[in-house]
Design a protein around this ligand. Structure first.
Ligand SMILES: Nc1ncnc2c1ncn2[C@@H]1O[C@H](COP(=O)(O)OP(=O)(O)OP(=O)(O)O)[C@@H](O)[C@H]1O
Length: 661
């Protein structure tokens, strides 16, 4: 699922990748099974990047072709000289030299082709990764991580084959082919006519097979993407899967995808395998025709033996490039299938820097003035798009659900009990149709330098509010402002540089503590890093490992406790010293000790900045300057704790359940 404005949502999500696939990438109408297919023209920019070396290689292969073409002529000369009983002299040495030179040329050419092929893979990976990481956040909602990884890892490698398996060599091959054809025409046009007839049949057959190879290959690559996505899903939730006793089921699901990929691979192999015998039969048939008819023509003195031998050698020379051409067609078709999947991502529009229209029409200054910015929501309506392209995405790759946290369960029970007239619980949320607004006219203001808490039932839209401030999504209507400036008119980089954002789940990256801390501010000193660690009560992690700041945190920060991960994420946001901090408190890790540490951390970071905290337990935010209560996408109350206890039943109920009143 993706988000943006409802109207935009309808066009920017599910349909877009496929629509882009049709208009930019393919002829005809690709089905979801085939996936997008690229046009040959889309391959050319990748080749043009290496045009100098490719011209050099083409030059080499023409040279090699000329050396090969000279060989039958020399052989024919040698036979004539032997027949006449004359001494061979330097002719034999010339022949040997030719063989050696063409061998050397072909070796060097092979190396250059492989190297250039690697270059093409590299540049396609660079372009793809650059585009991928600049896609709007909503695109990632709709796509499976494993499939994206597979495009970078597997699809790109298929582009190499275009070069290594023949496209450039086919140029040299074409020279040999034409040269041989001319020589054969000069030697015996009748024999040539018969040969061409046999070969033409095989060329037509191979051309027909090529179209099927392209379709099968695109399907095979899609299956590889499915496989990668299912492996990613299983690995990312390995603990949950083990705990649920679902390992074998996952293995079977992955196995099904692996079998699907295998089946498609075999289909490609079958079609490609047809190409080989077709080429072989063409060669043998033409050889037999030449031998049989040629024998008669020697007997009737229409052609000499020396010329028949030369003709047969030229025949081989003509057929060899044909084999190369068939290989090139297969490889190119496979590459076009893969390139379709690469270009599908590259062709998607990147996140825009800012909304030019709004920036133009904004009367207010483009840069927020104060160091402690005010945040303002005015009548904001927002809907996520309709269901994602792939439901597996949300079901399968979701982070493991926190279990056994009774305090969180109690919070939601409290909300549910309080919410009598609206449906806010799980059942209520499931009644909201996909594409219905998640925020329905939200308005509130967080004054500069104050602490604002967002509270409300699960699914009320609290995290969505933070997503809109960060401009991961834009509202359908209404405005989000920082210091009076519409956030859409600010360059995203500038906007995000002003905001520290701590997301709810998995906020720690694999790597070391230092790498995590330097993410938002690569120039921070060790001293600054250590200071912020102490500020969020994480000083002790430095003593645990002699590596100190260079201690690894493991994949997703698995070597730290849940509370420590959350506080490390806060520390990371602080290193960049942002004037605004958005903190989506984790629903897990809320035991008493962690909660206390979290409160202290929040106190420490609140100083001198505008802070918006999403709280799942009131105790962490009860002393906030302002608490905004969200319910089903609406603000149902705002004020201090004591004001809300008086004025807002939902809040009062919640406070009662948490023994605060
Ligand atoms: N990326 C997304 N795509 C589609 N729908 C989404 C997306 N993120 C959230 N939603 C839906 O929007 C609604 C509000 O979600 P949100 O995460 O803002 O709620 P929340 O109040 O923060 O909940 P919690 O307290 O459980 O974190 C939910 O119904 C949720 O299913």
């Amino acid at each position: 699922m993706t988000g943006s404005t409802p109207s935009a949502a309808a066009t920017t999500t599910e349909d877009r990748p496929r629509r882009t696939g049709r208009s930019r990438l393919g002829r005809g109408t690709p089905t979801i099974d085939e996936g997008p297919r690229a046009r040959f023209g889309e391959l050319l920019p990748y080749l043009f990047e290496h045009s100098r070396v490719l011209w050099f290689i083409i030059g080499l292969s023409i040279l090699g072709a000329a050396a090969s073409l000279a060989q039958p002529l020399l052989v024919s000369q040698v036979i004539s000289i032997v027949e006449a009983g004359d001494p061979l002299g330097t002719l034999v040495w010339g022949l040997i030299a030719l063989v050696v030179v063409s061998g050397l040329i072909s070796g060097y050419q092979h190396y250059l082709l492989q190297r250039t092929g690697e270059g093409v893979v590299l540049s396609s990976r660079r372009r793809l990764v650059r585009s991928m990481l600049h896609l709007p956040v909503s695109e990632f909602d709709a796509r499976r991580t494993g499939d994206l990884v597979s495009r970078v890892g597997s699809d790109t490698t298929l582009l190499r084959a275009v070069l290594t398996q023949g496209l450039v060599e086919a140029v040299g091959g074409a020279v040999t082919f034409v040269g041989a054809l001319i020589a054969m025409f000069i030697i015996d046009p009748v024999l040539l006519g018969l040969t061409v007839l046999v070969i033409a049949v095989s060329v037509v057959t191979v051309t027909l097979l090529a179209a099927r190879i392209r379709v099968a290959s695109a399907r095979a690559q899609k299956k590889v993407g499915d496989l990668a996505a299912s492996v990613e899903r299983a690995i990312s939730a390995v603990r949950t899967i083990r705990a649920a006793g679902a390992t074998e089921r996952e293995v079977r699901a992955i196995d099904e995808n692996a079998t699907g990929a295998w089946r498609m691979g075999v289909q490609v192999a079958k079609i490609s395998a047809l190409v080989v015998p077709v080429a072989g039969i063409a060669m043998q048939a033409s050889f037999l025709v030449v031998l049989g008819v040629g024998g008669f023509r020697v007997a009737s003195d229409a052609i000499t033996i020396a010329n028949l031998v030369a003709f047969i050698l030229f025949l081989f020379m003509m057929i060899m490039p044909l084999g190369q051409a068939f290989g090139a067609i297969t490889a190119t078709n496979q590459a076009l299938g893969a390139l379709g999947r690469i270009q599908e991502i590259i062709g998607l529009p990147a996140e825009d820097a800012y909304d030019a229209d709004i920036a133009r029409s904004a009367a207010a200054p483009k840069t927020p003035a104060s160091a402690q910015a005010a945040i303002e929501f005015e009548d904001v309506v927002f809907a996520y798009a309709r269901p994602a392209v792939d439901t597996e995405k949300r079901e399968g790759t979701a982070a493991p659900t926190p279990t056994g946290d009774r305090s969180v369960a109690a919070v939601d029970t409290a909300y549910t009990a309080a919410a009598t007239d609206t449906a806010d619980d799980e059942a209520g949320r499931s009644r909201r149709a996909p594409g219905d607004p998640v925020l329905r006219g939200v308005s509130f203001r967080a004054a500069p330098g104050t602490r604002t808490a967002l509270v409300g039932p699960s699914g009320a839209g609290k995290s969505t509010v933070l997503g809109l401030i960060e401009r991961f999504y834009d509202p359908a209507s209404g405005v989000v402002r920082i210091d009076g400036v519409d956030v859409r008119s600010l360059p995203r980089e500038e906007l995000r540089a002003r905001i520290g954002y701590v997301e709810q789940d998995a906020p720690v990256l694999a790597g070391t503590i230092r790498e995590n801390l330097l993410l938002g501010n690569p120039t921070a000193t060790d001293e600054q890093c250590i200071d912020v660690l102490h500020a969020v009560n994480l000083g002790d992690v430095l003593d645990r490992d002699p590596a100190g700041l260079d201690a690894p945190v493991g994949e997703d920060g698995i070597m730290l406790s849940g509370g420590e991960r959350q506080r490390l994420a806060i520390a990371r946001a602080l290193v960049a010293a942002p004037p605004i901090l958005l903190l989506d408190e984790s629903t897990s890790s809320l035991d008493g000790v962690n909660e206390q540490k979290m409160r202290l951390a929040i106190d420490a970071v609140a100083e001198g900045r505008t802070l918006i905290v999403i709280a799942h337990r009131l105790s962490t935010v009860v002393d906030s300057d302002r608490i905004v209560v969200l319910e089903d996408g609406r603000v149902v109350g705002a004020g201090t704790h004591s004001e809300l206890v008086e004025s807002t039943p939902l809040y009062r109920e919640l406070a009662k359940h948490q023994l605060l009143v």
